[in-house]
Design a protein around this ligand. Structure first.
Ligand code: ADP
Ligand code: MG
Length: 208
């Protein structure tokens, strides 16, 4: 019997080692858990909608999630919370702010390594792109982003958080010829969540 226990222990150790590594590799900027999300504050989304995602069918079917809303309404919290759960469920996740991602792609492109960089990013089951739309992007960056989104399309999943409604995307992408294809590929197989309400940061400030 002892060897069974030892085997199970070893397996468990190996399993938790892998998970630990995956948490590290995800590069979450902070720890946010779904369990700490307060649906009484954020009433434009309910717990049932988020819990329904935890079977991770959306990852298996290479679908995307898009969280749209003003600052402070919990978009990043939900994205990271789902990321943690996905890792616990055995998926590989990578978190990037849109700004970092765009900078990295630009650097790679300059070095003639855009394809290589994109295939590295595509090693993850889920890429979280946080805060698209806050900062303007150069024409080359928009094109690089298109390359990325196109490579991940129907192959990997993206969770995107943004302050821009789809109607604003054309303008954000300067009505480039990549604007519509990017939006089109992101939303084709996606769950879109529109978040509203008051900023949670502001609420915390006012009540403390
Ligand atoms: P956004 O990405 O929409 O700008 P964040 O997810 O960064 O907003 O939320 C801002 C802060 O408020 C974070 O510390 C987050 O954990 C917290 N927060 C936002 N909404 C909620 C909520 N409904 N329940 C608990 N904490 C929340
Ligand atoms: Mg955010």
């Amino acid at each position: 019997m002892e060897w069974v226990a030892a085997f199970v222990w070893n397996q468990w150790q190996a399993w938790s080692g892998i998970r630990k590594r995956h948490f590290k590799q995800a590069h979450f900027p902070m720890e946010k858990r779904l369990d700490d999300f307060d649906y009484r504050h954020q009433t434009t989304i309910n717990k049932r909608q988020i819990s329904a995602l935890l079977d991770f069918n959306f990852l298996d079917q290479r679908q995307n999630l898009v969280f749209i809303g003003p600052p402070g309404v919990g978009k990043t919290h939900l994205a990271i919370g789902l990321g943690y759960k996905a890792i616990e469920a055995g998926y590989k996740v990578l978190f990037k702010t849109a700004m970092t991602l765009v900078e990295e792609l630009e650097l790679a492109e300059k070095r003639g390594e855009l394809k290589k960089r994109i295939s590295l990013l595509a090693k993850n089951d889920l890429l979280i792109i946080d805060e698209l739309g806050y900062l303007p992007m150069s024409r080359q960056s928009r094109y690089n982003l298109f390359q990325l989104v196109n490579s991940l399309y129907e192959y990997r999943s993206i969770i995107l958080t943004t302050n821009k409604d789809f109607t604003d995307w054309g303008e954000f992408f300067h009505n480039d010829n990549v604007a519509i294809p990017i939006v089109d590929r992101i939303i084709h197989h996606s769950h879109i969540f529109m978040l509203g309400g008051e900023s949670y940061r502001l609420k915390e400030k006012l009540t403390n």
